[in-house]
Design a protein around this ligand. Structure first.
Ligand code: ZN
Length: 308
């Protein structure tokens, strides 16, 4: 049955777009508002055509915006490729997690990257059922990336020495911890993960100066303190300078404070895991000139440091 037009063509055109405060605004104003709005708004009003043709950072930003605001729109409209584990890890609701999982299942080619990112999100939120069965190095790796300390326990077999409460009982090839894992946790500033791994692993190869560098460079003082005190990783002047150059004066201050143990007095037998890099604070004079020439302000003017 045909619809009888009540008015001319012009009126019909308006029927497609219900009259509202929004549509009554002049087009120039609407364009201005949409231009200032987020990507999702621009997508929904048709400003963005082929999402898969957008530059990669914009595709990622679209996904991030949808996840952040729990977008109710169809995820099918979003780019086909996975935006990356770091973006997906920001999922905060089981509903969004399930919707993205369904969306990923529909695009077979990119299902795997979606799956990895969603597992990270589940780990970060403590959704054990959605993390699935993980163990060994996988569990440590996911814990370190997601800040999920609860996952660390799954890395060791139930009958292992760690489970018996024997403390750090690692070493050898059975230890699931790699330096890369520790470094990742330190870089993100996940102290709880560092502590959980540290409660079970004291392998020299896992706790290196790189971990301290990662924590200091990103301003995570609590992690820096833990590493120096519990793994006796001696801070070099380089680490303090790096922290200062990244704007983390509080970390640089602590690293250069007089309370730090000197590398030459920290021994006491087993110095496993201590990577001094040969440039400890005990020998600062060697690097003083180098530091003075560097292009950053250490902010040590009024501190009682070893630099003078
Ligand atoms: Zn270990």
């Amino acid at each position: 049955m045909a619809t009888a037009p009540l008015a001319g063509h012009e009126e019909q055109a308006h029927q497609a777009e219900p009259r509202s405060h929004w549509t009554r605004l002049p087009k120039e104003i609407r364009d201005m508002v949409v231009g200032m709005a987020g990507l999702l708004t621009q997508l929904s009003v048709g400003w963005i055509g082929d999402v898969n043709a957008l530059p990669w950072p914009v595709q990622r930003a679209l996904w991030a915006e949808a996840i952040e605001c729990e977008w109710a729109g169809a995820l099918d409209l979003l780019p086909l490729d996975s935006p990356g584990a770091d973006v997906l890890a920001c999922v905060r609701s089981r509903g969004m997690h399930a919707r993205i999982a369904r969306r990923a299942a529909a695009s077979a080619g990119t299902a795997a990257p979606f799956r990895d990112g969603l597992r990270l999100a589940a780990a970060r939120n403590g959704w054990a059922d959605l993390v699935g069965a993980v163990s060994g190095a996988d569990a440590v790796a996911i814990a370190a990336e997601a800040g999920a300390a609860w996952l660390v326990a799954l890395a060791w077999p139930r009958d292992g020495a760690a489970a018996s409460g024997a403390g750090p009982a690692c070493g050898g090839t059975r230890c699931p911890v790699a330096a890369l894992h520790v470094e990742a946790a330190c870089q993100h500033g996940f102290l709880a993960v560092v502590e959980a791994i540290g409660a079970r692993c004291a392998c020299a190869r896992a706790w290196t100066l790189d971990a301290l560098v990662a924590a200091a460079a990103n301003g995570h003082l609590d992690v820096v303190v833990w590493l120096v005190r519990n793994r006796r990783i001696a801070p070099s002047l380089f680490v303090a300078a790096l922290a200062a150059s990244r704007g983390h004066k509080h970390v640089a201050d602590w690293l250069t404070s007089a309370s730090l143990p000197r590398a030459d007095s920290s021994a006491g037998g087993d110095d496993s895991g201590i990577d001094t890099d040969g440039e400890t604070l005990g020998g600062t004079e060697i690097l003083t000139d180098e530091l003075a020439a560097a292009d950053f302000d250490l902010g040590l003017g009024d501190t009682d440091s070893d630099f003078e």
